[in-house]
Design a protein around this ligand. Structure first.
Ligand SMILES: [Zn+2]
Length: 507
């Protein structure tokens, strides 16, 4: 316990700011502070009560304060409160209280929760542009609502459910939203209408695109037998003729393969440069300095006579057998288990799993020229309905040869799917390009197509859809906040009550 008193000679009245030295009385105030030498500290402060000398001031008597150190009625200093609050935000009430006691800043779990809650400041005015979206408190069971200021990207509040009444009540008690971007139709539309009737509602582009893609998926799934038939006939067809280019594997986008290829080409170029410098007689250090690569890397490249990849950066025990394995590979033995048996017989000691990976990266993927030379290529597989939707709706120049053939065959086999895919593509372009004038024509066609129910949903919410085509706001930033929310929620192992979670995400 530390006994102390204020050194200010004449405190100011908190109401009229006049200084006064007329002492009325004194009392002691106990305030918890940061620990000292591992012990909890209690300040016992000698506080003066003073009379205000301003006759017109309503405040007759006031106690001296030190607002920057401790709040007027607080029982802990601001710096102690901040630490307790930080621990509480990370660990929650119970665990937080256990740790903080060990750190000699004891506080009960309940008080800690109170400190956390008191820390959050919810403005009573809604942001001008409000994004509303739901988030899964527990997937499929319980959902909450997250409100985001779309101009600053800050979380404004969390609501415990996604009922229209809850949103309406919030909007009434926090007026001021002029634009509300929300999921298509449903309870948020109703809540926004009731809570902020003058605000302009904007259907969210991200949700509309997802719903559109789901509508195409439903249409494809209805005809899945067709997808399978087309896929199978192509898969049998496709395996034989070797194409000069490696076809894009299903599930791995062309861009990913492209990036991979570029990375390889870049490393290759760098390697050639390294070799050229070495041939000129440069030292490894000088080459490393020139190319900006690590000396070890340069050394390894020169020793291996090839540029490395991430996988090859390690010194794998199979490297010692590389020459042998390479010759076996050339002879046509592609069976990793067989090769493993053979190297083991020659004294290899590594595990089979790592060996398989080595074979995969070093011989199979790492050397596309070998694969192409042997006439072997990854087999094209019949896509799932979701993959089929993706293939049908991406721009055709983004497709590999086989995928393009699949899309062509699908479109020929089912005009309904072809139309749905075209509509989805146009819908995407319309939203991204804000082509509001195309909406009516699009709707007219879509209402008679395989995605008619999606179109009917848009028609029911037409004002908000038009606003989405005219205004820049989207709940995209809300999605980011939801990811953060999930992360925090998980890190709390279900200890999170809604108010604790709210405090944490807003902190
Ligand atoms: Zn006063």
């Amino acid at each position: 316990m530390i006994n102390c008193r204020s050194r200010q000679p004449a405190p100011r009245c908190p109401s009229c700011r006049r200084v006064s030295s007329r002492i009325h009385s004194r009392y002691r105030r106990r305030i918890a502070d940061l620990p000292w030498q591992g012990r909890p500290v209690l300040l016992s402060v000698h506080v003066r009560r003073l009379r205000c000398i301003n006759r017109r001031c309503a405040q007759r008597i006031f106690a001296e304060r030190a607002e920057e150190i401790v709040g007027s009625h607080a029982r802990r200093t601001a710096r102690l409160r901040d630490i307790q609050r930080s621990v509480g935000l990370v660990l929650g009430g119970e665990a937080g209280s256990r740790l903080i006691e060990r750190l000699s800043m004891p506080i009960s779990a309940d008080t800690m929760l109170r400190v956390i809650r008191a820390g959050r400041q919810v403005g009573s005015v809604a942001p001008r542009v409000l994004g509303v979206d739901d988030w899964a408190w527990r997937k499929g069971q319980r959902y909450g609502t997250v409100l985001v200021d779309l101009e600053t990207n800050d979380v404004v509040d969390l609501l415990p459910d996604r009922e229209s009444a809850t949103l309406a009540a919030w909007l009434k008690s926090n007026p001021g939203a002029q634009i509300i971007a929300r999921d298509r139709a449903g309870s948020y539309a109703k809540g926004a209408r009731e809570g902020a009737p003058s605000a302009r509602q904007v259907a969210d582009r991200w949700h509309m695109l997802r719903n559109c893609s789901d509508a195409v998926l439903a249409a494809v799934e209805k005809r899945y037998r067709l997808v399978r038939e087309v896929g199978r006939s192509l898969a049998n067809d496709v395996a034989s003729p070797p194409s000069p280019e490696r076809p894009a594997a299903i599930g791995k986008s062309r861009t990913a393969l492209e990036r991979q290829r570029q990375g390889r080409a870049r490393r290759r170029k760098m390697f050639d440069e390294v070799v050229a410098l070495r041939d000129k007689g440069w030292s490894i250090s000088a080459i490393a300095h020139e190319t900006g690569r690590d000396r070890k890397t340069i050394h390894q490249w020169l020793r291996d006579k090839r540029p490395g990849t991430w996988e090859r950066a390690s010194r794998h025990p199979a490297n010692a057998f590389e020459a042998y394995l390479r010759s076996r590979w050339h002879e046509g033995c592609r069976n990793a288990t067989q090769l493993y048996r053979e190297v083991c017989a020659r004294g290899y000691h590594g595990e089979v799993r790592g060996f398989r990976r080595w074979i995969r990266t070093r011989l199979r993927d790492g050397q596309p020229q070998l694969v192409a030379g042997s006439g072997e290529r990854p087999r094209w597989k019949s896509p799932s309905s979701r993959q089929a939707v993706r293939l049908l709706t991406v721009p055709s120049d983004a497709l590999g040869t086989d995928d393009a053939r699949f899309v062509g065959a699908m479109r020929a086999a089912s005009p309904a799917i072809a139309e749905a895919a075209d509509l989805a593509r146009r819908f995407h372009d319309m939203l991204v390009g804000r082509k509001a004038n195309e909406l009516d024509q699009w709707l007219a066609q879509a209402l008679g197509s395989a995605i008619a129910s999606f179109a009917r949903g848009l028609r029911r919410d037409i004002d908000a859809v038009r606003a989405a085509l005219a205004l820049p706001w989207s709940t995209g930033p809300v999605e980011g906040k939801i990811n953060k929310l999930k992360l925090i929620k998980r890190s709390m192992y279900g200890r999170a009550g809604i108010d604790l979670l709210r405090a944490r995400i807003m902190a």
